[in-house]
Each structure stands twice: as structure tokens, then as C-alpha cells.
Design a binder for this molecule. Structure first.
Ligand SMILES: Cc1cc2nc3c(=O)[nH]c(=O)nc-3n(C[C@H](O)[C@H](O)[C@H](O)COP(=O)(O)O)c2cc1C
Length: 514
């Protein structure tokens, strides 16, 4: 299959839509005794513990999320402490809870079903405190495990057809998705979750790197087989999702690629038995890049800018001026973040709070598929229930103009309840933010890999929304949705667009005084 044969992405997307009928008629149940392990464990490799008492950056979360941090450091080379900070605040365990189904280790970034199918690896040159190598990060014991000794950055330089950020990075983090860990619950829809859950993690990672004075960006242009081979993953189970170069060095010449033979390293099985979903393997294959030429073409694809047809009444967003914004640090906000489990239906947020969220979350995401800076693949639509300064109703976010365009006025809590898979959260929030995209134009421009990009971008902007809400002491949660009903609700404006992602923002109920 090839990236240009976009029937593959259409087929996958159509085949994994939720509708009231598909959800009610699905006989799938959670097989608790076969619940997958939430960690990848290499039992025969000694851990290399990461420092746990790492100094905080002290940078305000809202500045870190929006990338508005200017570093005066000439040195952009991370040391082990900086890497430990980035890894921990992206994928580390931030709290634990006991449930009837078992113990759950919650992580720094939100993840569908708390199943944490995204793993992180590190490909590094010699750094202060760390010798060069290919490592796996295990959040369970906050340690690295050395998979290959030596400097393999040259392999990534070749795999990305000399992507400048990768070619100059002292270290690159690679995220992978493990199908079964999420498919145990979500079946073939997991491939969408790869983008969402990797995206929320990436939002944290970019913010913490920025706060640490280390440039970083999302690289989706790489030859999949080369990177998978370097990490020695079994591609029927686990695949590379994106590269995240960290820092920048002037070092030259870069190391030449090295031989990366199969390692056959033992890992603990996730479950007694696993179920394979061929639709996901096909989607992944069809969106893989196989040659240098395909990678170069990917990088040169220009994004599809969203239309801003201006028909309805508009309201200008009014973000809080920077000196009036809450100053909690990025680390404090990540540790505080969770997914709000109940919203107070009687509460409201202000237009300034909502505007600040939008302003921070939609600042140009640094990604190889988004040029010029500021481009975006997803369009944002809102159902406003209770925002002071906005009439309740459905809106379209005119990103370039910074306006909300009123599409229809009214109280749509019942509709929001339905669209969010009949969960109370979408009805009781103050505002629901839907991500939709013109998938046809995206796939024409980028091929099947555009599907990966659009899901990942949604997750990353969604992750920023989570952080920007919690930075202002609000609540937020990702939600899933009935695909075609979302499009119908926002039509005619959203006609021909596909629903990609949903996030609700509001206030949790006040705790009763005892
Ligand atoms: C993309 C996405 C979709 C989600 N969908 C739902 C949902 O439909 N219903 C729900 O109750 N929680 C949903 N969640 C919240 C997750 O269950 C939550 O992130 C996970 O349990 C981890 O908890 P934490 O976010 O508090 O760390 C979603 C989260 C994400 C990132």
C-alpha cells in the first residue's frame, strides 16, 4: 500500500465511526483478567535511574504552553536532569488510585481509558550525565534502559532525510504506540487514540522543553521502518508515532549511521493473549513512508488553511493580558491536572478565561507538517452553555481573525449530551470544543499520513487546552463523540468536514465544607 492511495484512510475513518447504532450493537466487553500491563518492561536490562530531585523551571504554565518563553541561554544542550524533567512531566506517574478493576497509575498527560499505550524512547549523543545510546523510558521506576550503546543519531538523520531539527539535536525522543494496550478497550478505534494520546503527551513535552530553554518540535516525516528497526519494536504490536528532537547543537559533522541489527530483547507479555485488529495495521502500513523521496515530499506539503467565511455575528476573543494571567508554573499545573469527572452545571467561565485558553492553545504548533508557522489542520467549533459575555449557542472559531462566529443561538445542553456519547460531562460543562477537519483536502495534500497528522495535531491542541484550563483553576476533559451527528449539528457550516476530537471545559462542583 502507498501513502498516496488515500482510500485506506477513508476506509479506516469510516469503519471506526461511532454512531448510536454502532455503540449499542457492539458486543465488546472488558475482559478484566486479560487487562494489559500499563508498562513495557525489559526484565533483563538493568535500570539506569533518572534523577528525581530536578529543579523546577519556574516558568508560568500559560507562557510555556504558548511557546512565549525567550531563553537567553546560548547552550541548548540538555543534560540528564533536563531530560529527566521532560520525560517525567510528559509521561511520568503523577498519582495512583485503587479501583474495583485494579490499581491505576495516572500519568502527567491525559490518555483515553488511562491505558497509556504511548511509550517513550531516547536516542542521544554523549550528554552531561548520560552516555550516548538508544534508551527506553520506564515511568514505573523513573529510569532509562539502554537498548543500544553508542551514538545512533545519524540513523535518525538519514531516516528523516536530514530534517534540520533532528540533524542538530543533541537528543531525540521517539514516541511509539502499542496497539493492544489501548485496543483491549477501544478495539480498532485505537489508531485514532494513538494521535490523541500521543498529542496530549506531546503538548506537555513541548511546554516543558520550552520552559527548560530547549527548542523542540514534532517530526512526522520519517521512514517508519528505519526508526522501528532502531528501536527494535515488533511492528505488529508497537509502532513509532513521532520524533521529538530536544535542544540544538552546532556539532558537526554528525555521526554516520550505524548498523542496527535486531536485538530480540525480552519484554514481559502485556496480557495472557492479545487480539489483533487488522484495520489498524493496514492504516499504519498505508500511512508509512518508505523512501527518502517520500519523506522530502511530506516535508514540502503545504497545509490546507482553514476557510474563514464570515457570515454570522462575531465576538472578538479577549485574552487576559500577560501580566494579569495566573502564574502557576508548568510543573505545578501538570501535577494538578486531571480529567474533571463532574462539572457544575450552574457555574460559568468568563470570556477572558475562554479567550486565554484559545490564545495559548492555538499558537502555532511547532511541527514539520505545519508551515508557515501558525497553520492548523483542525477547525474548532464550540457549543457554549455558560460563558459570561457570550450568548449560549454554536460557534466557529475564526482562528486567523481571533473571533468567534455565532452559527446558531440557543441552549444546546441536550444536544451536547447526545454528541458526547450521551455522557453528562458534555452537557454540564461550560463549553464543549469540537475539532473538525476537511479530511478530503488533508488527504489530497498529505496522503494517508495526513490522517496521522490531523489526529496528532488535535491531541496536541487538546493537551494544551487541558493545561491552559488547569492553569486558570478550571476543569477539562477529553470526550469521545458520535462522528456524523457532530458534523450534522454544525452544518451547513461544517458540511463535508469530519469530526476528529472533543474536549469539554468547565468548573468542577465546589467541595462541601465539613
Ligand atoms: C482524547 C481523550 C478522550 C477521552 N474521552 C473520555 C470520555 O469519553 N469519557 C470520559 O469519562 N473520559 C474521557 N477521557 C478522560 C480519560 O479517561 C482520562 O484522561 C484518563 O482516565 C486519565 O486520567 P487523567 O486525565 O485524570 O490523568 C478522555 C481523555 C482523552 C485524552
Amino acid at each position: 500500500m502507498n501513502n498516496g492511495d488515500v482510500e485506506a484512510a477513508w476506509e479506516y475513518h469510516q469503519g471506526t465511526k461511532h454512531s448510536p447504532w454502532s455503540v449499542r450493537s457492539n458486543p465488546h466487553f472488558l475482559d478484566w483478567p486479560n487487562r494489559p500491563l500499563p508498562f513495557k518492561v525489559y526484565p533483563k536490562i538493568e535500570p539506569r535511574p533518572l534523577p528525581q530531585e530536578v529543579p523546577q523551571t519556574g516558568v508560568a504554565a500559560l507562557s510555556a504552553i504558548s511557546g512565549r518563553v525567550r531563553s537567553s541561554r546560548a547552550d541548548r544542550v540538555p543534560d540528564l536532569e533536563a531530560l529527566a524533567r521532560v520525560l517525567f512531566f510528559s509521561a511520568g506517574i503523577t498519582k495512583e488510585r485503587e479501583y474495583p478493576g485494579g490499581h491505576v497509575y495516572f500519568r502527567a498527560a491525559a490518555c483515553t481509558g488511562a491505558l497509556y499505550e504511548v511509550e517513550l524512547y531516547l536516542v542521544s549523543g554523549d550528554l552531561r550525565g548520560l552516555e550516548s545510546g538508544v534508551y527506553h523510558f520506564n515511568p514505573a521506576d523513573v529510569s532509562l534502559r539502554l537498548l543500544r550503546k553508542g551514538d545512533f543519531r545519524g540513523n535518525l538523520r538519514v531516516a528523516t532525510a536530514v530534517e534540520p531539527a533532528v540533524a542538530h539535536a543533541p537528543a531525540t525522543i521517539i514516541s511509539t504506540g502499542t496497539y493492544w494496550r489501548n485496543a483491549w478497550k477501544y478495539q480498532a478505534r485505537t489508531y485514532r487514540h494513538f494521535g490523541w494520546d500521543n498529542g496530549t503527551l506531546v503538548a506537555n513535552l513541548l511546554a516543558v522543553s520550552t520552559a527548560s530553554g530547549l527548542p523542540s518540535e514534532i517530526v512526522l516525516g520519517f521512514m517508519d521502518a528505519e526508526v522501528n528497526r532502531l528501536l527494535d519494536v515488533d511492528t505488529r504490536r508497537e509502532v513509532s508515532l513521532c520524533l521529538l528532537p530536544i535542544g540544538r547543537s552546532a556539532e558537526s559533522p554528525l555521526p554516520t549511521p550505524k548498523d542496527a541489527p535486531a536485538l530480540g530483547l525480552e519484554t514481559i507479555p502485556l496480557s495472557q493473549h492479545e487480539v489483533e485488529y487488522p484495520a489498524m495495521l493496514q492504516m499504519h502500513d498505508a500511512s508509512s513512508l518508505e523512501s527518502e523521496q517520500e519523506v522530502t515530499n511530506w516535508r514540502e506539503s503545504r497545509p490546507v488553511l482553514s476557510s474563514s467565511a464570515w457570515a454570522g455575528e462575531t465576538v472578538r476573543l479577549q485574552p487576559l493580558p500577560e501580566d494579569e494571567q495566573p502564574k502557576d508554573t508548568i510543573e505545578q499545573v501538570i501535577l494538578r491536572r486531571g480529567s474533571t469527572r463532574r462539572f457544575d452545571k450552574t457555574a460559568s467561565v468568563t470570556l477572558e478565561q475562554l479567550s486565554t485558553i484559545f490564545d495559548c492553545a492555538t499558537q502555532g504548533l511547532p511541527a514539520d507538517f505545519l508551515a508557515p508557522p501558525g497553520a492548523q489542520l483542525n477547525d474548532l467549533y464550540l457549543i457554549v452553555h455558560s460563558v459570561e459575555g457570550l450568548k449560549p449557542g454554536a460557534y466557529f472559531f475564526q482562528r486567523v481573525l481571533g473571533n468567534l462566529e455565532l452559527l446558531k443561538e440557543g441552549q444546546f445542553r441536550a444536544e451536547a449530551y447526545h454528541l458526547g456519547l450521551e455522557q453528562a460531562l458534555s452537557a454540564e460543562a461550560c463549553v464543549d470544543i469540537f475539532f473538525l477537519t476537511d479530511l478530503k483536502r488533508i488527504l489530497e495534500r498529505y496522503g494517508n499520513r495526513g490522517y496521522r497528522a490531523v489526529q496528532l495535531e488535535a491531541g496536541a491542541i487538546g493537551g494544551r487546552i487541558y493545561l491552559a484550563a488547569y492553569a486558570q483553576h478550571l476543569g477539562a476533559t477529553g470526550l469521545t463523540f458520535f462522528d456524523d451527528d457532530v458534523t450534522k449539528f454544525f452544518s451547513p457550516h461544517a458540511k463535508d468536514k469530519s469530526a476528529i476530537f472533543l474536549l469539554a471545559v468547565g468548573k468542577p462542583p465546589k467541595r462541601k465544607q465539613r
